[in-house]
Design a protein around this ligand. Structure first.
Ligand SMILES: [Zn+2]
Length: 163
């Protein structure tokens, strides 16, 4: 396993629609392992492959105290509710923004063995699923800001959930 460098927000890979994975082979499983190690290293709660410069539809998620999830070719099949959240992104370091996210999200995709998986997320889990799916579609949370007043610089040492 290896910690991969996280690309900055000006890298074009973050603005591309990531490609579907056709075959979950050893290289995709290695990518998942490396993404999990990278997510641990940077203390993030989720990571999408484009954030490490790979244009493939792969995400990993690990909420505090919960098990690690990997989803290949994920899709959101249902969203409901709306809430305001404060969100940060590992690819946009030093900032956070107030945006709206769904309260509940149902996503489906494949696990690392190619088996169908369905995830029901509420609150933070729903937020992370939407954030990672956005990454696969070339969207950053800053695109959802209603105005630039909703974006603020993080004070040094401030805690923020980065995804
Ligand atoms: Zn992000």
């Amino acid at each position: 396993m290896a910690v991969l460098p996280i690309v900055g927000h000006s890298h074009p890979v973050l603005r591309q629609k990531a490609k579907r994975v056709r075959n979950i082979d050893g290289s995709v499983q290695r990518l998942i392992d490396d993404m999990v190690e990278t997510m641990h290293e940077v203390e993030g709660v989720g990571l999408a492959a484009p954030q490490v410069g790979v244009s493939l539809r792969v995400i990993v998620i690990e909420l505090p105290g919960e098990e690690t999830l990997a989803l290949v070719n994920p899709q959101i099949v249902k969203r409901s509710g709306e809430r305001e959240v404060v969100e940060g992104c590992l690819s946009v370091p030093g900032y956070r923004g107030e945006i709206k996210r769904s309260v509940k999200v149902v996503a489906k995709g494949l696990d690392r063995h190619g088996r169908e998986a369905r995830i029901r997320g509420e609150e933070l889990m729903a937020q992370v699923l939407e954030h990672e799916l956005d990454h696969l579609n070339g969207v950053l949370y800053i695109d959802h800001l209603e105005s630039m007043d909703k974006l603020s610089k993080l004070e040094p040492g401030a805690e923020a959930t980065e995804i």
